[in-house]
Write a protein of this length. Structure first.
Length: 163
């Protein structure tokens, strides 16, 4: 049974497609591609159908990540098929939990940086959209660091289901 993870930011053109691309690579490296499905969405639909921000694409490509992306808006109905919904900041966490149809669905929502033991109290991945390339590079670093802990958690869940 496939374990499904969805990363969510505001417009689904910067942080969440970056997290999707990085985490998909980690899943493939771990040999879990058949057990774990990874995608992303935004809390809003402003950019639906658009590709990822060019700066996101550039930073990902420079780091060796692949990814074809079309933005979309997260829908409450998706909770039924998802196992884990990863918010990129506290605003997304709040929006997603309020959108969740049940308490169980609300419990599926977690902050990405909560999987980084060195993150401290600030668990937000800052929105790089209105800044320069350094913000996108910082975002990638945070995503990569947190992805290790997230992979360990997801791997345990996915392999537990497959057993």
């Amino acid at each position: 049974m496939t374990y499904r993870v969805c990363f969510v930011c505001t417009g689904n053109i910067c942080r969440s497609p970056m997290a999707e691309s990085v985490f998909r690579a980690r899943v493939e490296e771990a040999g879990l591609a058949g057990l774990v499905e990874v995608d992303s969405a935004g809390t809003g639909g402003w950019h639906e159908g658009d590709g990822a921000d060019a700066r996101t694409v550039s930073v990902l490509a420079a780091a060796g990540y692949e990814g074809d992306h079309a933005a979309r808006q997260f829908r409450a109905a998706w909770f039924a098929r998802l196992d884990l919904v990863i918010a990129l900041d506290a605003g997304h966490l709040k929006a997603l939990r309020s959108l969740a149809p049940t308490e169980e669905d609300s419990g599926k929502v977690r902050l990405l940086r909560s999987y980084d033991p060195a993150a401290g109290a600030d668990l937000d991945v800052p929105d790089p959209y209105y800044g320069g390339m350094d913000g996108f590079e910082e975002c990638l670093e945070m995503v990569e660091t947190a992805s290790a802990g997230l992979l360990a958690a997801v791997q345990a869940e996915a392999e537990g289901r497959a057993a």
